[in-house]
Ligand binder design. Structure first.
Ligand code: FCB
Length: 517
């Protein structure tokens, strides 16, 4: 239990002196802000996690609707996205919160089955299109740049039933059609497009571990009724990469000249720190990067898979045809979207004796992921097993990406901290989210340092504006800088919202001062 004095202090901080209290946690005002004047500060979200309205206005069922209804036991609280935080109906209120924060951009995703309930062989759902028109228009009216993801984990169930979704090249055509439809209807106003969110993470969870729909895997990776963890992840990833390339090609050839926007892809990144100075562990850390984010980024930027994957996977890794390679290189992404949350220690399992575990298999590059080295942890531990706080890893990650992909700008499309809600957690505790403030402050400092080191970063989106449906954790893992009461759907700013507002204000102030000089 919190003491009375603590609670009083918290109330004073939150409601009387929000800006003062947040500045307590913030680094001193920085007169040489590395953020350029067109830098985007925003928050990030996705359709299934936010919208709700799962059958409203002609929306079709998607893979997550079906999975969460058929297997509620696989989700921590048995929840689903039927209502989520009801942003479908409440986006005006959420835009007011964005205005309050002072953010100049909002990242959201299109629900594929809302726009094309049955994919390209069914018709366009015009009510779905109108919804996104209303949202985009309202954002723009409020001076908020829409940053739109075409696909964030959800797709029409029809595509799973008809041809096994990402396991089939058919999905490239389907995705191309979705992209074309969205460019056509929204591209006059949307100038920042993301094709696919985190294909790497999505595919590992869906086809290697089999815990996300369509729940495909093989032993010992997981317990699924079908699938093959040693081959399917690479087939599915191959199709996402080519689907991305197709969307970029459509944008570059049909729309870009007139619409003048930019298009990129988002990957999940983690910093992989070698657990020792040995060459074997250093090589393993490099392999871990190759089997995770470089898996997607190397083909997107260079038209080929990382050499570590080619060497280890042999025929399990699909090949790009000459034409595909040419197209990958010809139709370039304009930016890379980087989602980043945490770091791991990496131990070699290729030439060293190694325990089994996350990363240790051939399909994951023989690079075991660990959180502890003896009694040293890779970062500040949190109550989320995969999320440790390690801002210096973020700086290293950005420098690594800058070295590997030197000529392409980056956006930080997600970064944030989740808190597990335990039975005894009170709302006051959730609102007084000092750990999240510490997290954001540390990671934004690391971002500044990396930009001074030379990282070409054009924007930062905190995950997330609101608490929301966190996939297998249901509503029990809260990432919002706004608290959501799931009975009333009332949104309330947490300390981190005040902190972020103040951070952005400080940046604007120093920028204005610099402009006047
Ligand atoms: C990312 C997902 C996002 C959210 C955060 C916490 O991997 O892209 O939807 O779940 O993790």
């Amino acid at each position: 239990m919190k003491s009375f004095a603590n609670v009083t202090l918290f109330l004073l901080q939150s409601f009387l002196f929000p800006l003062y209290s947040s500045s307590l946690h913030q680094t001193s005002p920085d007169n040489s802000s590395p953020f350029p004047s067109d830098f985007l500060f925003g928050t990030s979200s996705s359709a299934y996690q936010y919208e709700g309205a799962y059958l409203t206005d002609g929306k079709g069922l998607n893979n997550w609707d079906v999975f969460s209804h058929e297997k509620p036991g696989d989700i921590l609280d048995g929840g689903n996205g039927d209502i989520a935080v009801d942003q479908y109906n409440r986006f005006m209120e959420d835009i007011q919160s964005m205005n309050y924060l002072g953010v100049n951009s909002y990242r959201f995703s299109i629900s594929w089955s809302r726009v094309l309930p049955k994919g390209r062989l069914g018709g366009i759902n015009h009510l779905g299109v109108e919804h996104y028109n209303r949202l985009i228009d309202a954002l723009i009216r409020n001076g908020i740049t829409p940053f739109v993801t075409l696909n964030h984990f959800d797709y029409p169930q029809e595509l799973e039933n008809r041809f096994k979704s990402w396991l089939s090249p058919e999905m490239q055509k389907e995705f191309g059609y979705l992209a074309d439809t969205c460019f056509k209807h929204f591209g006059d106003r949307v100038k920042h497009w993301i094709t696919i969110n985190e294909p790497n993470q999505q595919i590992i969870l869906s086809y290697l571990k089999g815990i996300f729909p369509p729940n495909r895997c093989s032993m010992p990776f997981g317990n699924c009724s079908q699938g093959n963890s040693e081959t399917e992840p690479f087939i599915a990833a191959h199709n996402t990469i080519l689907a991305h390339a197709k969307a970029v090609q459509i944008y570059q050839t049909k729309y870009k000249k007139e619409q003048k926007g930019s298009i990129g892809i988002v990957v999940q990144t983690s910093w992989f720190e070698p657990i020792s100075d040995s060459t074997a562990d250093k090589n393993a850390a490099e392999r871990a990067q190759s089997f995770y984010s470089n898996w997607i980024l190397d083909p997107v930027v260079y038209g080929k898979y990382p050499k570590e994957m080619v060497n280890l996977l042999g025929s399990a890794l699909p090949k790009f045809s000459k034409k595909e390679m040419k197209n990958l290189k010809r139709y370039k992404s304009d930016f890379l979207g980087i989602n980043h949350y945490t770091s791991y220690f990496i131990q070699d399992c290729l030439i060293s004796a190694c325990n089994s575990g996350d990363g240790a298999s051939r399909s994951e590059g023989f690079a075991l992921k660990l959180i502890q080295k003896g009694n040293i942890s890779v970062g500040e531990v949190t109550d989320v097993s995969w999320l440790n706080i390690d801002p210096k890893g973020f700086r290293k990650m950005l420098n690594y990406l800058t070295d590997r992909y030197p000529n392409i700008p980056m956006f930080i499309t997600e970064n944030g901290l989740g808190e597990l809600q335990k039975p005894e957690t009170t709302v006051k505790e959730l609102l007084n989210d000092t750990k999240r403030v510490r997290y954001l402050s540390g990671y934004l400092d690391a971002l500044k340092t990396a930009m001074r080191d030379g990282a070409n970063v054009k924007g930062y989106f905190a995950w997330s504006l609101l608490d929301n449906f966190e996939w297998l954790y249901g509503y029990k893992l809260r990432f919002g800088i706004y608290h959501v009461d799931y009975t009333t759907l009332k949104r309330t700013p947490k300390q981190s919202a005040y902190w972020y507002k103040n951070f952005i204000e400080n940046h604007m102030r120093t920028r204005d001062l610099a402009d006047k000089k």
